[in-house]
Write a protein that binds this ligand. Structure first.
Ligand SMILES: NC(=O)c1ccc[n+]([C@@H]2O[C@H](COP(=O)([O-])OP(=O)(O)OC[C@H]3O[C@@H](n4cnc5c(N)ncnc54)[C@H](OP(=O)(O)O)[C@@H]3O)[C@@H](O)[C@H]2O)c1
Length: 338
């Protein structure tokens, strides 16, 4: 007989109250897949975009999926069952993953649930030194920082430019992180420090103490001072905010420097960058269990830590989305499944 589980599902796009905690079928493992009993899941911007039907995109690009959907990509939990051909993971293993991203970008990967079906190649053992809530906060934000700053790890076509994104060597370089208090930003700060960079962190005032604790050498409160006038001769800017006027960061870079734009929609400075001798680059994060295993060592030893903004029971995912919509997130918002 089919087994049932609880999950947060949506039957239509809309505001956070479209998220419903309800009974549904427990997934079963296909070949190469693992069923994970989810202990914690975290929120990421694509969860909010999909809940809202990607309203910022032109109508012809918006999704028209079969409802109901289960949102979410990032989980930490325990292996409940393994499918045919899976030899690297066993029932009872503690694991974490970013599930099928961007493959399931327009349908949701099923993470806001008691159980989720995960390709074994997306999984890694959870760092033993951190709990499920912190591990669930890591996958998308940490893989984004890793694939932008350390190793791309895939050869998927770049949605933004013809050339593949190529992380620069960071030892001894000055790196400015914009959006440094957020999910991607707080990990980019720590990864750049680990790589030996001098780090300038840009965020609103409430994040200043945290960012110093995380190792930032200089902190700039953008509500008091424009980052583009406070910094100069920077080797690399990683902009983890996007939106209007990303081009302003070209002014803080030295000739030969680079601007990595995590949210590239609307960037118009390619010609100016070429004139100034600055590389502008972007990429889309992709699931990668091997990279999570490698980066997990930094989480395990405490070199990189996950900061939790707030935690909610899985049943209160709508309240978690309301918190996310208010912005100014510090680290990660986490859902606890038990
Ligand atoms: N390319 C990819 O594959 C990829 C992967 C992951 C994320 N993303 C994109 O990257 C962006 C960040 O993602 P995230 O998960 O880090 O989001 P997040 O956790 O919501 O963090 C965003 C941060 O930006 C800060 N911020 C807002 N306005 C700012 C401004 N004007 N100047 C400086 N900081 C500002 C916010 O706090 P304060 O205002 O309080 O400082 C917040 O901490 C999103 O647009 C997301 O879609 C892209």
């Amino acid at each position: 007989m089919a087994e049932m589980m609880k999950a947060v599902r949506l039957r239509e796009f809309g505001a956070p109250d479209v998220l419903r905690y309800e009974e549904t079928l427990k997934p079963v493992a296909g070949a190469g897949e693992v069923i994970v009993r989810v202990h914690a899941a975290s929120l990421n911007p694509p969860d909010l975009y999909l809940r809202d039907g990607y309203r910022a995109l032109p109508p012809e690009w918006r999704p028209s999926p079969d409802f109901p959907l289960i949102l979410g990509t990032d989980i930490s939990g325990v292996v409940d069952a393994v499918g045919e051909g899976v030899s690297d993971f066993h029932v009872g293993d503690e694991v974490y993953a970013m599930v099928r991203f961007p493959h399931d970008l327009m349908t949701g990967s099923g993470a806001y649930a008691d159980y989720v079906n995960v390709p074994a190649s997306d999984l890694a053992l959870k760092p033993a030194g951190i709990d499920h809530a912190h591990a669930a906060g890591a996958p998308m934000s940490l893989l984004t920082a890793w694939q932008f700053l350390v190793e791309l790890g895939h050869d998927a076509p770049n949605p933004f430019q013809d050339l593949a994104h190529a992380p620069m060597e960071l030892a001894g370089k000055t790196v400015l992180v914009n959006g440094a208090g957020g999910g991607v930003g707080h990990l980019a700060v720590q990864v750049a420090k680990w790589k030996g960079a001098h780090v300038i962190a840009v965020a609103s005032g409430k994040h200043m103490t945290l960012l110093r604790d995380l190792g930032a050498d200089v902190v700039i409160d953008y509500t008091r001072q424009d980052a583009e006038t406070a910094a100069q001769d920077v080797d690399l800017v990683i902009d983890a905010v996007g939106g209007p006027d990303m081009e302003r960061f070209l002014k803080v870079l030295r000739k030969g420097g680079a601007l990595y734009i995590v949210n590239p929609l609307g960037f118009t400075g390619q010609d100016e960058a070429k004139r100034l001798g600055i590389t502008v680059s972007s990429t889309q994060v992709r699931s990668n269990g091997a990279q999570l295993a490698e980066a997990g060592r930094l989480l395990n030893e405490g070199t990189v830590r996950i900061v939790i903004d707030s935690q909610f029971p899985l049943a209160e995912a709508a309240a978690a989305h309301e918190r996310a919509s208010r912005g100014s997130i510090q680290g990660k918002i986490v859902l606890l499944a038990d």
